[in-house]
Design a protein around this ligand. Structure first.
Ligand code: NDP
Length: 329
């Protein structure tokens, strides 16, 4: 395993980490979750990602039970939660001081831990003053209930504003952002956030590195049984797959497979190595519904060193989506 600092913080996360979205509670029960987390941990993964909204809290409950059962030292791993979608009532959602406070305590209870290593604002809440959210996070940090707080899918201006207000008020600013990043979705990480890596020391914990499995090539011949695309509650994933854009992505995946084969790698390993090759990526969050997927994906680290300029050019030619150069200020 390789370890990378989370932005300019001192925290070293494994370059590959493990998340539970879709899988836990829908495809993976306690025993399967335990097998996956054990494999991850024994392979050097030290960060496990979760959120209050995943399976309406059940994903955190499963992870909490597994953490308790496996009994790892609390100083040997990091666990996260995210606040935003806690329920239907006005007090159960968004980034008000009330919901940030309530959601953190509920996540601690479900995960059966005393503190969250990473705590994310799962989306921006434009209806709540940033100062209110900052103070709520700052208090949780002061109380020892959260170590690092961050954002997910905020735009660069919103993150920069949070830093500016934090500096002005002497509060702790966001350490990391959790954006989608993969061969198909690149703009935020490669262009929009460019100014934040140096100025604010932004770290990134990136999601859907295989764009929900398309970048394994498995959808070339339809939807295999047991895939997340067959879960009714996540019907939007199937819709996206079957859209025109989804079909173009499936075709690009097919073309990318040739490059992977030339490197003696699977497409999943190539796609993950490509994410890892971006130095502004602190950790790539893996998702897996079975151990064989996770074992294969862990092999991405060995493919990383094979990504020379020639390979990268071949990839860019197929993708055809190189972001415009980052603006300079
Ligand atoms: P991926 O895009 O990597 O998709 C993972 C899924 O792809 C697996 O569950 C599995 O699905 C399939 N897969 C993975 N490896 C293989 C393989 N080797 N061969 C065949 N199929 C494979 O990541 P996720 O979308 O799961 O995102 C990862 C994590 O990121 C989440 O768990 C969560 O922690 C975080 N996240 C955060 C979001 C945010 O808004 N902050 C949003 C989404 C995710 P299948 O069961 O279908 O086979």
């Amino acid at each position: 395993m390789q370890y990378r600092r989370l932005g300019s913080s001192g925290l070293q996360l494994s370059a590959l980490s493990f998340g539970s979205w879709v899988t836990f509670a829908n495809q993976v029960d306690d025993s399967a979750a335990s097998e996956l987390m054990k494999l991850a941990y024994e392979s050097g993964i030290n960060f496990f990602d979760n959120a209050e909204v995943y399976a309406a809290g059940e994903s955190e409950r499963i992870m909490g039970r597994v953490l308790k059962q496996l009994g790892w030292g609390r100083d040997t791993y990091c666990v996260s939660s995210k606040v935003f979608w806690g329920g239907e009532l006005p007090t159960q959602k968004g980034l008000s001081r009330k919901h940030v406070h309530d959601a953190c305590h509920a996540a601690l209870e479900r995960l059966q831990v005393d503190y969250l290593d990473l705590y994310f604002c799962h989306r921006p809440d434009v209806a709540t003053p940033i100062e209110e959210t900052l103070r709520a996070m700052n208090d949780l940090i002061a109380q020892g209930k959260v170590l690092y707080w961050g954002t997910s899918e905020w735009n660069a201006d919103q993150i920069a504003e949070a830093h500016g207000v934090a500096r002005a008020l002497g509060l702790v600013g966001p350490t990391m952002e959790q954006p989608q990043y993969n061969m198909f979705v690149r703009d935020k990480v490669e262009r929009e956030y460019a100014r934040l890596y140096e100025t604010d020391g932004l770290g990134t914990t990136i999601w859907s590195p295989l764009a929900s499995g398309v970048l394994t090539g498995k959808y070339a011949k339809g939807i295999p049984e047991g895939s997340r695309m067959t879960i009714e509650a996540y019907g939007f994933l199937k819709e996206r797959l079957e859209s025109e854009e989804g079909q173009v992505q499936i075709q690009k995946a097919r073309e990318l497979e040739t490059i992977a084969a030339d490197l003696g790698a699977s497409l999943a390993q190539l796609a993950l190595a490509w994410c890892l090759s971006n130095p502004n990526v602190s950790t790539v969050i893996l998702g897996a519904s079975r151990p064989a997927q996770l074992s294969e994906n862990l092999g991405a680290l060995e493919v990383l060193e094979k990504l020379d300029d020639g390979v990268r050019t071949r990839i860019e030619t197929i993708l055809g989506n190189t972001p415009a150069p980052a603006p300079t200020y």
